[in-house]
Design a protein around this ligand. Structure first.
Ligand code: FAD
Ligand code: MLT
Ligand code: ZN
Length: 466
């Protein structure tokens, strides 16, 4: 063990500095298996004070760091692709008492959203951000990526749910602003800035999270359509008719549902595979079943080919699994190139109709699977059979340029990571990127925090040239 490792061990203890490849492996490969690195070491501090000491040491030694939460990120930002030291925040999982009066709770960065929601439930409240990785993602990682998820339509994403933050700067100083006051105009909103900073500005150690009322009555509907136009018209009608109770409107298509049915060995909805599906959920203090059923009958009508509505937990779960199992089913079929984009509402149908042809031109024979959060205009474009490096880059370039041409965002909710940094210029002007670099330099002058994430390489042309 060298002097540097000894110093780390003195801070966090011998069981929390990992260098044995068998122990570090899980921290070095991302969830998709597409991004694989090798860590100089994995350090697992157990308190904010330990994070501060670790960062002071790493900063003095000029050692680059990748902060890591649950390692469920999908853009290659959480793994040490250049031999960095991984600082894992998972041990900071403590959740404080729920402040019922404020409707808030203070949680360590390593707490999972499921654990935060369970704590909130004991006080009759809920955590408003939910995603399929609810048992393994961490709230620290979720604020770092500004995660969106399944209920963004109603509650907003992680930035909206973050009322305060505690974070350790690259040099070990601690920023702590966890009061969660409803009104607090005392200068820059650092919590807002750290949301979506992807570990490039500071290491988040704690969060003051907003909670929402726990709505015990829920109804889920699954609707099948012959094409995306009709599904998107139905989405508009449902939004208009359910302004107070609509919580999720999720979209998936024939290819995805076929993969899910193969993977889970379940029959397709309504006994056959249709072109487009919407999964909708309404929730309220009173049973929203009738309201949802009326909205479907009057607002959607014969635009839908078929439909089912369930309000008991088992029935709802049966409908949700067609949507929630997409990520897992796609990964079981191969190593996907994952793109996560938002389109302006008026361009969504056109994009859904055009993107797979774009993928096919870029990588003939690749399989294109689309699903996502239709209510937010957010499409997850997953491409199977294009993971070989050059082929992947051609697909990424073609899809991201199409998105930018249509006025969309090349990252809806997963972040830029290492996967999309070369294309940031499609959405951000040189002046914006210069401002990002100035902010990065103010927080992390030595550039040790996630140096290969989010910001494009200096001087790089961007995307695929030519
Ligand atoms: P990690 O993967 O560990 O890290 C992600 C990024 O944040 C990295 O850049 C890392 O350096 C940084 N980071 C992590 N922790 C900290 C910290 N404490 N301080 C500073 N930086 C940090 N995402 C969505 O937005 N919506 C979804 O619906 C959704 N569904 C998913 C479903 C599945 C099955 C899977 C596997 C992933 C899904 N994701 C989704 C992606 C992923 O779960 C989110 O990006 C999540 O926010 C990552 O959290 P994490 O703790 O795993 O972070
Ligand atoms: C989802 O909505 O399920 C996720 O963002 C994960 C994914 O894109 O695979
Ligand atoms: Zn998503």
């Amino acid at each position: 063990m060298d002097r540097f490792e000894t110093a780390l061990v003195e801070i966090v203890g011998p069981h929390h500095v990992l260098t044995d490849p068998d122990l570090t492996a899980a921290y070095e490969t991302d969830w998709t298996g597409r991004f694989v690195g090798r860590a100089a070491a994995v350090v697992r501090p157990g308190t904010t004070a330990e994070v501060a000491e670790v960062m002071a040491l790493l900063s003095a030694a000029g050692r680059p760091v990748v902060p890591q939460g649950g390692n469920t990120g999908l853009v290659g930002g959480s793994v040490p692709l250049h031999g960095e030291i991984v600082v894992s925040l998972r041990r900071l999982a403590e959740i404080g008492p729920v402040d019922v009066a404020a409707g808030q709770v203070t949680a360590g960065a390593g707490a999972t959203p499921a654990a935060v929601d369970a704590a909130a439930a004991r006080a009759g409240l809920a955590f408003g951000v939910d995603l399929a990785a609810r048992d393994s993602a961490t709230v620290g990682g979720m604020v770092a990526t500004n995660a969106g998820g399944l209920r963004m339509l109603r509650y907003g994403g992680m930035r909206a749910q973050t009322a305060g933050v505690e974070a350790v700067l690259a040099d070990g100083r601690v920023l702590s602003h966890l009061g969660g006051l409803a009104k607090d105009n005392t200068g820059y909103d650092l919590a807002g800035l750290l949301a979506g900073s992807e570990g490039t500005l500071a290491v988040v150690t704690g969060l003051r999270l907003r909670l929402v009322p726990r709505l015990e009555h829920r109804t889920t509907g699954l609707l099948a359509f012959a094409d995306a136009d009709r599904a998107l018209e139905a989405l508009v009608a449902l939004r208009r008719r359910l302004p107070g109770s609509l919580e999720a409107v999720e979209l998936f298509l024939a290819h995805g549902v076929a993969l899910v049915c193969d993977h889970l060995r379940i029959p397709p909805p309504f006994g056959r595979i249709d072109a487009v599906y919407l999964l909708v959920e309404a929730a309220g203090a009173h049973d929203p079943t009738e309201e949802l059923a009326e909205a479907v009958v009057d607002g959607v009508g014969d635009r839908a080919l078929d439909g089912a509505i369930e309000s008991d937990p088992a029935g709802r779960a049966r409908l949700w699994r067609y949507r929630e199992a997409h990520t897992e089913a796609i990964s079981a079929a191969g190593m996907p190139v994952k793109l996560d984009v938002t389109l302006p509402a008026g361009e969504l149908a056109g994009f859904l109709g055009a993107v797979c042809a774009t993928v096919d031109r870029a990588a003939p024979g690749a399989r294109c699977v689309l699903f996502g959060h239709a209510g937010d205009g957010n499409v997850h474009v997953n491409v199977l059979g294009a993971d070989e490096r050059d082929r992947a880059a051609v697909v990424e370039d073609a899809v991201l340029r199409l998105v930018a041409r249509l006025g969309g965002s090349i990252s809806a909710e997963h972040g830029i990571g290492t996967a999309k940094r070369a294309w940031l210029h499609l959405n951000r002007s040189p002046a914006e990127i210069d401002t990002f670099r100035a902010i990065k330099a103010a927080f992390d002058p030595a550039g040790i925090l996630n140096p290969h994430v989010l910001l494009p390489e200096e001087g790089a042309a961007g995307g695929i040239v030519g």
